[in-house]
Unconditional design. Sequence first.
Length: 183
Amino acid sequence: MTALGVCASSLPARPRKQLRGRYQFRNSDEVPLHAHGPDVRHLSFPLQVRDGWPPVGAECLPFGLDDDGFRLLDAPLFVPGLSVDDVIQFQVDAGTNVVTEWRHVRKSGHSTFWLLRMGDHEVLADALVRMRALGCSTVSAAELGVFAVDVPESLPLDSVGAILDELEAKGVPVACPSLRHPQ
């Protein structure tokens, strides 16, 4: 089973393909940002694969140290219930970064949307550029055709909602695993 992210090597040893990783973009479609530094911890979240989905067995996410726990730095591609700036506490397997349990300490006001490329790449690429221009951040595993959009609390959901509606009308599957904006 494949693991996605920079901490894939911490998973139990078994045959798997290593992916290039996750890419986060803030207000640009050209320069990837990666979370590194002494206060960043990469945690691996095992995923339940059913009928081949998700296409990876674990997702690695970067967290920054916070007074109350660890704060999520990037939008997840497959872990539901998490959004950027959520603060969590967790337990890991001894000597690893594989999360066995976690809970929210504080939920942020960010919402997360997932997009799946099913056809024309240009349709999705244009929409991602437009959402970044509004102030959203995006994360992708382009080789899998999966994308996550972080909608900050300060951005009205309606501004992004119109773009998401256009994508759905063009056959792009859209999911919202973490809706925090008021409806």
